[in-house]
Design a protein around this ligand. Structure first.
Ligand SMILES: [Zn+2]
Ligand SMILES: [Zn+2]
Length: 175
C-alpha cells in the first residue's frame, strides 16, 4: 500500500501533535526497555547500534561535542561553587567561625588568604607539588590534612606587608 502525498501530510501532522508525540515516545521507551530485558533482542539492538554508529560518525561526533560543551559549563559552575565552599570552610576553621584578617580585621572573603605563621609559604607549597600549590588546591590540602597548625587568615594586604617586613605585618611595627 503506497501512501498518497495527502495521507503522508495527515500522518505527519498527526504525529507532530504534542500529546501524540508524547505517547509515541513513551511507547517507544517502553518497547525499548522490554526488548533490552530480552538477551537475544538486546544483542541484536546493540549490534544494530554499533553499525549505526559506524555509518554515521559525524552525527555521533556532533552529539558527543554537544554533550561535552553542555557538561563542561555545568562542571565549571560546579567546580566554582565547590571552590567557594571549600575556601569558606578553611577560613572559617582557622578563624573559629567568622573569617577575617587576624591583623586588621578585614572580613571581605575576597581579600583573605591563608598565611603561614612562620613564613616559608612558597617553599612549603612547592614541596607539596612539583607545580606548586595555589589557592583552592592548597585549601583542599589543608582540609584533607585535618587543618594542620601553623596557619592563620590574613588579608592580601597584611600578607604582602608581612613578607616585605621580616615576617611582621607593617601594621604591627611602628615607623
Ligand atoms: Zn589585614
Ligand atoms: Zn596588618
Amino acid at each position: 500500500m503506497v501512501e498518497t502525498p495527502h495521507q503522508r501530510e495527515v500522518r505527519i501532522r498527526y504525529r507532530s501533535r504534542p500529546d501524540i508525540k508524547k505517547r509515541i515516545s513513551e511507547n517507544m521507551k517502553k518497547r525499548y526497555h522490554k526488548n533490552m530485558a530480552d538477551p537475544i533482542k538486546r544483542k541484536h539492538i546493540s549490534e544494530k547500534m554499533k553499525q549505526y554508529r559506524k555509518d554515521n560518525p559525524e552525527y555521533f561526533k556532533r552529539k558527543r561535542d554537544e554533550w561535552y560543551y553542555k557538561n563542561h559549563d555545568f562542571k565549571l559552575k560546579y567546580n566554582k561553587e565547590r571552590a567557594k565552599k571549600l575556601t569558606f570552610d578553611v577560613f572559617s576553621y582557622y578563624c573559629n567561625g567568622n573569617p577575617k584578617c587576624v591583623c586588621c580585621g578585614e572580613v571581605d572573603i575576597r581579600f583573605l588568604t591563608i598565611d603561614h605563621i612562620n613564613g616559608g609559604g612558597n617553599e612549603h607549597r612547592r614541596s607539596l607539588s612539583h607545580k606548586g600549590f595555589s589557592g583552592v588546591n592548597f585549601y583542599a590540602w589543608l582540609k584533607r590534612n585535618k587543618y594542620p597548625k601553623g596557619f592563620q587568615v590574613l588579608c592580601y594586604n597584611c600578607n604582602c606587608g608581612k613578607v616585605r617586613n621580616n615576617n611582621i605585618c607593617p601594621h604591627k611595627t611602628v615607623l
